[in-house]
Design a binder for this molecule. Structure first.
Ligand code: 0O2
Length: 197
């Protein structure tokens, strides 16, 4: 019987199990990489089932009926994981582990790190289809990319910035580029340190 209150209907418990399984897999990858690198590559990892309200809003935005079918087969981010690393190389290594895992079919990848969005947004996005048949969106990024995205996200909800908007947008872009350059320098320094070990 479908739970009529939730857009996910009776799927919610299995969605949660699928998300937990993904989180356990990330923890395993993290352990293997920690042994190899001598440091934990992941600063933090968050997961969420997209809220009822956000999922219904996204259905409307995409001209889809507000049903479990839309939420689970037409949109791919009912399950979302955000994996935040200190170093750019670790983002790509985790990406490779996921791509090479037989547990998932890779539906889509977007490399907003190599090709940043015009506003400066950087992140690596993947859509996976899990063995249970549900989709999950994985966002991989560095700490600085994550800090930037959180700050930029506020822009969407601030209505009363008046004449400051253009300045804020251009300053955000400048910061995004400076952070990307610092991320690369940090990576180079780590490579030099690891080479000497
Ligand atoms: P929410 O409520 O945050 O989840 P697509 O149909 O695949 O082309 P889509 O679904 O926008 O387009 O996918 P994309 O570009 O991979 O973006 C997925 C999510 O990344 C977005 O979710 C945002 O959370 C985040 N994101 C993308 N671009 C930006 C950006 O410029 N700034 C910030 N701060 N976050 C961004 P949703 O569904 O838009 O919304």
């Amino acid at each position: 019987m479908e739970n009529s209150n939730s857009i996910y209907g009776s799927h919610l418990p299995v969605l949660e199990e699928t998300m937990d399984k993904l989180m356990r897999h990330i923890a395993e990858i993290r352990e293997v990489m920690t042994e190899q690198l001598g440091m934990d590559p992941v600063e933090h990892c968050l997961c969420r089932i997209k809220s009822e309200e956000s999922m219904r809003e996204k259905c409307r935005r995409n001209n889809l009926p507000e049903t479990a079918e839309s939420a689970l087969t037409k949109l791919y981010d009912a399950i979302g994981l955000r994996i935040v690393c200190a170093f750019v190389d670790d983002v790509y290594t985790i990406r490779d582990y996921l791509v090479n895992s037989e547990q998932y079919k890779i539906v889509k990848e977007k490399d907003y790190i190599r090709r940043a969005k015009p506003n400066g947004y950087r992140s690596y996005h993947m859509i996976l289809r899990t063995q249970s048949g549900y989709y999950a969106e994985i966002q991989l990024r560095t700490i600085s990319m994550d800090t930037w995205a959180a700050l930029e996200h506020h822009l969407k909800y601030k209505k009363n910035l008046g004449g400051h908007v253009d300045l804020i947008v251009s300053e955000l872009k400048r910061c995004a580029d400076e952070l990307a350059s610092t991320d690369l320098s940090m990576q180079t320094i780590r490579d030099m340190i690891l080479e000497k070990e």
